[in-house]
Write a protein that binds this ligand. Structure first.
Ligand code: GLY
Length: 398
């Protein structure tokens, strides 16, 4: 039972974050809040489930969602859009879409054939959120399952939890009937790994049996150097620079206004074993509000983890920002919170973070520190009534 004092304060708008400037709250938000208050007042119960309103079906994703077909005819965004418009649940449709990329050995950043960790093991992270059902699930450091997004959905649908990791996640997947494979490397990912090992000074990454002898300083030096080697290999065209941190994020809305999202990745190439980035973390790699929209990210997961920036993007949507501005506000926050060692001589970030932002009304944006005009063909994928395509990512800096 909601206490009367709180009911009165909700009615006065006291709990609105932007109380001082209510004009910043858009009409849809206002209707959502007032109808929720009405339902609460009528029932005397807790928060009401907001009603969906009609929208324009749209699916957006990171650029790799309009590249890979895994031998079929559709890309991720095309499959998800088709299924949504045929009436399939939005999250099921998005996961069917990202499955194409997870299963395609040509994408070295996601699922099967993803670039492995420093011990050569492919470990996968994913999370998903179902806006209307208010359900979420994630897995981190999962080995042996090609489609971690499906396991994340099973966590959401079949457990009382939101995140399972490592061996526990794999045990859960096995119990749920997923087939567990010994090794998700492809010949291509294995060869890239061997090249990386060849370039590393072995004294900075000794036999795993000697790990206990490493000092914290040696670990820090190893981490810096391994990323430098990876960046050199990207500069030489041996790996896709956009795939150093991997990942596909895919968000969608149907004509009922149901908003969902999913993010899935093999994480940072050749990461320190056990490293988990932003992708499986709710609020970081993905956040969904069925009342306002969805946001997810690719790029340097550490930067996003520090700021839980997908949550911030959706919070800005809630406060009335359009998708592009909401994403830019989050990028600005990340920049402000960046350590000096990760800024260049112009005090700009030496890394990239991308956000894919979808409003409940179907408006969308792709934003990054360094976007399409930075000369790297940075784009995001869209599918709507006009079909699948790439659109340019807007850069905050370039
Ligand atoms: N954004 C993906 C990762 O950092 O793992």
């Amino acid at each position: 039972m909601l206490k009367q004092q709180h009911k009165d304060r909700i009615a006065r708008g006291d709990y609105m974050i932007d109380k001082k400037s209510p004009s910043a709250i858009n009409r849809r938000t206002f209707i959502g809040v007032t109808s929720a208050i009405g339902a609460m007042a009528a029932s005397g119960a807790g928060p009401a489930i907001a009603q969906s309103s009609s929208s324009r079906p749209v699916v957006i994703s990171s650029g790799n969602g309009f590249v890979h077909r895994n031998g079929g005819t559709e890309t991720c965004v095309e499959r998800a859009y088709r299924m949504i418009t045929e009436g399939t649940d939005v999250l099921e449709s998005l996961i069917a879409g990202v499955n194409i990329v997870e299963l395609d050995p040509e994408d070295a950043s996601v699922g099967y054939g993803g670039l492995p960790d420093a011990w050569g093991r492919v470990t996968l992270d994913s999370c998903c959120m179902h806006g209307p059902l208010k359900r979420a699930g994630g897995v981190a450091a999962l080995q042996g399952v090609r489609t971690p997004s499906n396991v994340a959905k099973a966590v959401a649908d079949l457990t009382d939890h939101h995140l399972l990791v490592a061996q526990g996640a794999q045990d859960f997947a096995r119990q749920m009937g997923f087939s567990i494979e010994e090794d998700l490397n492809t010949e291509r990912s294995r060869q890239r790994y061997l090249e990386w090992r060849r370039r590393i000074d072995p004294s900075h990454y000794p036999d795993p049996n000697r790990q206990a002898q490493l000092t914290p300083d040696a670990y820090r030096q190893f981490a810096r150097e391994s990323i430098q080697v990876a960046e050199d290999m990207a500069a030489e065209g041996l790996i896709d620079p956009e795939h150093l941190y991997g990942t596909i994020n895919c968000n969608g809305v149907n004509n009922n206004g149901d908003v969902c999202g999913v993010t899935t990745t093999s994480g940072l190439a050749w990461k320190i074993p056990g490293r988990v980035g932003d992708s499986p973390i709710l609020g970081a790699g993905l956040y969904v509000s069925n009342d306002h929209g969805a946001a997810g990210s690719t790029g340097r997961g550490e930067a996003n983890l520090y700021n839980l920036a997908s949550f911030l993007v959706v919070e800005e949507l809630r406060r009335g920002a359009d998708p592009k501005d909401a994403g830019m506000i989050a990028l600005q926050r990340i920049w402000e919170n960046t350590e000096t060692r990760l800024l260049n001589e112009n005090r700009e970030p030496t890394f990239n973070v991308n956000f894919y932002v979808l409003g409940k009304d179907g408006r969308h944006a792709g934003v990054a520190f360094y976007g399409a005009s930075s000369g790297n063909q940075r784009n995001y994928a869209v599918c709507d009534e006009n079909g699948g395509r790439h659109e340019p990512i807007e850069g905050l800096i370039r």
